[in-house]
Structure formats: structure tokens, C-alpha cells
Design a binder for this molecule. Structure first.
Ligand code: HEM
Ligand code: HEM
Ligand SMILES: [Fe+2]
Length: 443
């Protein structure tokens, strides 16, 4: 580790990992609600919607903290300078964590705005905005002072500014529900299929360059192509959420055509990642970190590209909209693209931050393969439940609860897989918090 201010990143990562564990425990509670009949007394005090808000908001919070930590780790290396103000970085971490804790406790008492994934109510929204502004200011000042601009930095900063601006669209409350959903998607869709993809592109490019020793120009050339395509397809692709909310009909065309092209940049990322290892100049010192990078690119392609494409055309979405097919895609895409990206950053940075150049990969491999196989299978079981649901409800016209009884078996299998997934997460988290140095050099 070359810069002392990078150490702050370790705190962001550690807290993010803790929230990840909590998120997954909440997921197990949620799936239990589909498998067992929960006593009414329990439902009265802890309804499904509350647990769901906790599960998804914990997800968003740990991902944002991981992106911020990742940025604080990468920016000093890219700018070759210390972070402008480590104190601000501390302040911002504390502000966001306090906001998160207040939000979670608030959800338990019914203090929520009600919009999925963005349930945090207005006073807390402003705290998030303050945290984000402090973060952008600190990162911007670091870059500005260093005056050593790279495409990776520019893309990272661009993605983060775009991310923060979009958050603003989700704060106002509109009485007209169509308008309310219209802007809700600016946050949700344009985050995961726009701003976050830019952040991912920049982080991947940085790590691939450092891991393989491939020339910066090669990595950055691909970055231009990918971000150009992501923006082109992702922005107009928002239309795939406007099919049935009461928006004008042309969205059926715009959404269908552009979102069908969205897998393209994701596929490019896989090809590009594979190419790098062929053209590498350096020995990859931690081969497991490389496995995670490949895993992320491939899982991103399956979860977002293939699963997204499967239900993005209006002709299909008419049947699958809002069913467990969506849940299947949500899990595979979020895990493949962003959970694995963040785990990649953690495995790249955390051993280094603890003074370990080459880590022992035994536990890391066990955790990685358990998580990946369990999540892939969960995607399949959620998917089977979803196809059943679409057929029973939308083709046969069966009632929601009657259809649920046919899906229960698959939700039960998902619960079992979820327990394995939690096991994989716990192994990974323990390993990251106390990584072991390799005793011999590994190839
Ligand atoms: C990493 C990128 C992605 C992530 C994290 C992601 C995540 C999600 C999530 C969580 C939802 C559910 C939102 C809700 O209704 O609560 C969703 C919906 C959807 N996603 Fe993605 N997605 C990604 C990329 C894509 C791509 C590339 C496509 C198309 C090719 C796509 C197509 C869709 C469609 C059509 C829906 C709406 C499903 C419905 O009508 O119920 N997604 N996505
Ligand atoms: C043991 C592991 C997990 C289980 C059992 C689980 C289960 C669930 C359940 C039952 C729901 C509610 C679905 C509904 O409303 O019908 C849900 C929602 C969701 N979970 Fe998980 N989850 C787990 C882990 C994860 C992980 C690791 C991620 C992300 C990396 C994730 C992301 C999401 C998202 C984005 C939603 C909202 C989906 C949507 O709006 O369609 N979950 N989860
Ligand atoms: Fe989308």
C-alpha cells in the first residue's frame, strides 16, 4: 500500500461486509415467508414489506459504501497523491452509517416513503445528499489538486456524479402515480444500467490493468467503447419499465429495441476481460483475484445480459412483469454485476491494506464457489417459480394465492440454497477480515 490515506477504505469495506451479512439474513427471513405460514402476531409487528425494505436498502447501502471505499482506494493510486481530506472521508462514512441505522430502525416502526428500494423518507434523503456531496467534493479535490487525469479517473468520477444526480429524482413525492413511477425508474434503472455500469467499467479497468500489467492505453480504449454503448442503450432502455405504467405507447418500441441491445456492452466486457490475460505482461500474483474478475464478467453477462434480455421484450414482459421471474433476474444481476465486483475490489485491496501481498486462497475459493453456485441455483429456482406464476396467473387467470401454493416447493428449495449462500458469505467475510498470507508463492 503506497498511500496512508487509503487505509480509510478498509473501514468502508468492513462495514459494507457486515451489512451484506445482515442483508442475506433478511433474505432468508423473506423466503421463509413464502415457504411457511407465519403467525399473524409476528406479521403484525414485522410485516413482509418491512423485511423487504430492510433487505433491499441494506443491499443499496453496502453497495454504495463499497463503491465509495473502492474509490478512496483507487484514486490515490491513479492520481499518485493522498486523499485531499481523510477527515471528510471519516465524517462522510459516519454520516452515512448513522443515516442507515436510523432508516432501518425507522422501517421497523413504519417510517417509510413506501417506494420499493428507496423507502428512506425525506429528512434522511437529505442526509444521504450531504454524504454524497462531501464524498464528491473530497474525491474531486483530490483529483483536481493532483492534476494527473486519466480516463479511468474521469469515468469513475463521471459515474459517481451521475449516480448522485439521479438520486435526486427519487426524492420528491408525486401525487400522480404514473409520474411517481416514471421518475422512480430514473433512479433504479439508470443506476444499475447506467451510472453503476460506468463505475464498474472504471473499477474493472483499473483492477485488470494492475492484475495483468496490460498497457493503460489498451484498457482505456475498451473503456471508451463500453461506456459509449452503455449510455446509448441504457438511457433509452429505461423504456422497458414504462410498458404498463400508463406512459405513452411509443415506449413499447423504444424500450424493446434499445434494451434488447443492452447485453452488447456487457458481452464486450467479458471478451475484453478474457483478452487481457492473453496479452498480460506480468505474472498474476493472486490468481484467485483473477478468478473473481472472470466470475464477475461472466455472471454479469448471465444475470443482467441473458436474464435481462429474456423478459425485456414487451411480448414476454406482458406475462412475466412483476413476477418471480423479475426476482430471479434481480438476484442474478445484482449479485453477478455488483456483489462480485465489490468482492473483487475487497480481495484486491483488503489483503494489501493489511500488509499481505500474496494471500492464501483456500477459504476465499470455498466462499466464492459456494456463493456463486448457490446464487446461480437460486436464480433457477426463483425462475421456475416465476414461469409457473406467469402461466398460472396470466394465462390461466388463477388468483395470486392459489398460484402461490403451486410455487411453494420451489420457494422451499430456494430457502435451502439460501442457507448455503449464507454459509459462503460467512466464509468469505471471515477470510476478508482476517486474510492469511500464502506461505509459498503460487502460480
Ligand atoms: C447489472 C445490471 C442490472 C441489474 C442490477 C438489474 C436489476 C433489476 C431489478 C432489481 C429489477 C426489479 C425492479 C423492481 O421491479 O423492483 C429489474 C427489472 C428489470 N430488468 Fe434489470 N437489471 C440489470 C440489467 C438489466 C438488463 C441489461 C436488462 C435487459 C436486457 C434488464 C431488464 C429488466 C426488465 C425488463 C425488468 C422489469 C421486469 C418487470 O417487468 O417486472 N435488466 N432489474
Ligand atoms: C440467502 C440469500 C437470499 C435470499 C433467500 C433472498 C430472498 C429474497 C426474497 C424472498 C425477496 C422478495 C421477493 C419478492 O418481493 O417477492 C428478495 C428481494 C430482493 N433481493 Fe434477495 N435474497 C437473498 C440474497 C440477496 C442478494 C445477495 C442480493 C443482491 C446481491 C439480493 C437482492 C435482492 C433484490 C434486488 C430484491 C428485490 C427484487 C425485486 O424487486 O424484484 N438478495 N430477496
Ligand atoms: Fe431496467
Amino acid at each position: 500500500m503506497a498511500y496512508t490515506s487509503q487505509k480509510i477504505a478498509n473501514w468502508y469495506f468492513t462495514i459494507a461486509l457486515f451489512l451484506f451479512v445482515l442483508q442475506v439474513i433478511m433474505g432468508l427471513w423473506l423466503i421463509s415467508n413464502y415457504v411457511f405460514t407465519i403467525p399473524q402476531e409476528v406479521v403484525n409487528v414485522f410485516p413482509f414489506a418491512t423485511a423487504r425494505a430492510m433487505h433491499t436498502n441494506l443491499l443499496v447501502l453496502w453497495m454504495l459504501l463499497a463503491f465509495m471505499g473502492g474509490t478512496y482506494f483507487i484514486v490515490p493510486m491513479e492520481t499518485e497523491s493522498e486523499i485531499w481530506s481523510p477527515n471528510l472521508a471519516w465524517f462522510q462514512l459516519i454520516a452515512l452509517v448513522v443515516t442507515g441505522v436510523v432508516a432501518l430502525v425507522g422501517f421497523a416502526f413504519g417510517w417509510t416513503k413506501g417506494r420499493p428500494l428507496l423507502e428512506i423518507p425525506p429528512p434522511l434523503n437529505y442526509m444521504v445528499v450531504v454524504g454524497a456531496l462531501v464524498f464528491l467534493f473530497n474525491v474531486g479535490m483530490t483529483m483536481f489538486k493532483a492534476r494527473r487525469w486519466t480516463v479511468i479517473q474521469g469515468t469513475l468520477l463521471g459515474g459517481l456524479v451521475f449516480l448522485a444526480l439521479l438520486y435526486l429524482a427519487g426524492i420528491p413525492f408525486y401525487r400522480n402515480e404514473v409520474i411517481d413511477w416514471y421518475y422512480w425508474w430514473w433512479v433504479i434503472h439508470l443506476w444499475v444500467e447506467g451510472a453503476w455500469e460506468l463505475v464498474t467499467g472504471a473499477i474493472m479497468a483499473f483492477i485488470l490493468m494492475r492484475l495483468t500489467g496490460v498497457d493503460r492505453q489498451v484498457v482505456e480504449k475498451w473503456l471508451y467503447v463500453e461506456i459509449g454503448l452503455f449510455m446509448f442503450t441504457g438511457i433509452a432502455g429505461t423504456g422497458h419499465h414504462y410498458y404498463w405504467i400508463g406512459a405513452p405507447k411509443y415506449w413499447l418500441w423504444v424500450g424493446g429495441v434499445f434494451s434488447a441491445l443492452e447485453p452488447l456492452p456487457i458481452l464486450l466486457m467479458v471478451i475484453d476481460t478474457m483478452n487481457h490475460v492473453r496479452h498480460r505482461h506480468a505474472q498474476i500474483v493472486n490468481p484467485h483475484t483473477w478468478t473473481i474478475a472472470m466470475g464477475c464478467a461472466v455472471f454479469h453477462m448471465i444475470g443482467a445480459g441473458v436474464w435481462g434480455f429474456a423478459h425485456t421484450l414487451p411480448q414476454v414482459n406482458y406475462y412475466t412483469h412483476g413476477s418471480q421471474v423479475t426476482v430471479s433476474h434481480g438476484h442474478l444481476a445484482f449479485f453477478g454485476a455488483y456483489a462480485l465486483l465489490n468482492l473483487l475490489v475487497f480481495y484486491f485491496a483488503m489483503p494489501q491494506l493489511k500488509g499481505i501481498e500474496i494471500y492464501k486462497p483456500t477459504r476465499a475459493k470455498l466462499g466464492f464457489w459456494t456463493m456463486c453456485s448457490a446464487m446461480m441455483l437460486m436464480g433457477l429456482t426463483f425462475g421456475i417459480a416465476g414461469v409457473l406464476q406467469s402461466y398460472l396467473e396470466r394465462v390461466l387467470g388463477m388468483g395470486y394465492m392459489t398460484a402461490q401454493s403451486y410455487m411453494r416447493l420451489w420457494m422451499g428449495v430456494t430457502l435451502v440454497l439460501g442457507v448455503f449462500f449464507l454459509g459462503g458469505v460467512l466464509i468469505t467475510v471471515c477470510d476478508l477480515l482476517s486474510p492469511k498470507a500464502a506461505t509459498e508463492r503460487l502460480d
